[in-house]
Design a binder for this molecule. Sequence first.
Ligand SMILES: CC(C)(COP(=O)(O)OP(=O)(O)OC[C@H]1O[C@@H](n2cnc3c(N)ncnc32)[C@H](O)[C@@H]1OP(=O)(O)O)[C@@H](O)C(=O)NCCC(=O)NCCS
Length: 158
Amino acid sequence: MSGSDPVRLMSGSPADLNAVMTVMTDSFDPGFGEAWTRAQCAGILPMSGVWLILAQAGDRLAGFALGRIVLAEAELLLLAVRRDFQGRGIGKSLLDQFIGDASSRGAHHLHLEVRDGNHALKLYSAAGFKHVGTRKNYYCGSDGALFHALTLSKVLKN
Ligand SMILES: CC(C)(COP(=O)(O)OP(=O)(O)OC[C@H]1O[C@@H](n2cnc3c(N)ncnc32)[C@H](O)[C@@H]1OP(=O)(O)O)[C@@H](O)C(=O)NCCC(=O)NCCS
């Protein structure tokens, strides 16, 4: 399978951990310290209120989104697309699916954290997320460099 294969979105489960980690390693630049470890993912996937959306291209996982809902607050924990599938609208489709799922699950507000300077900011702004706060020096890159995290929110229902 190659980066030009058609992609379909589906629900994932803790059994998809290996595939998720393959995308994690491929997509995130270790210089920014945004990727989660295998232990972090293994710990959160079975938790109540957590859901995984897969973008599947044949037998390869092209990307995924990880969400969590607590009462009426949903959070986009991770969004990642393999490098050879980027720039084809998959990230936007995963984000749209996350927003739709969160709404169906009863979310009134959506939140996420993203590194200041990450190009995903454009994607989130276009989807209606607004900058509501900053966590200084939140991410620590592989060479020790620190980067601020921006907290973004979107209101679905007041
Ligand atoms: C962020 C990410 C998920 C986007 O996935 P993608 O499938 O390439 O995104 P799309 O093709 O749907 O692009 C959607 C929009 O994102 C923005 N975007 C995506 N890649 C971009 C790039 N390299 N430079 C600038 N903007 C970019 C654009 O606004 C784009 O819309 P446009 O094509 O109409 O201009 C992907 O680049 C990725 O996995 N990055 C590493 C992990 C990460 O940083 N995740 C986000 C924080 S959790």
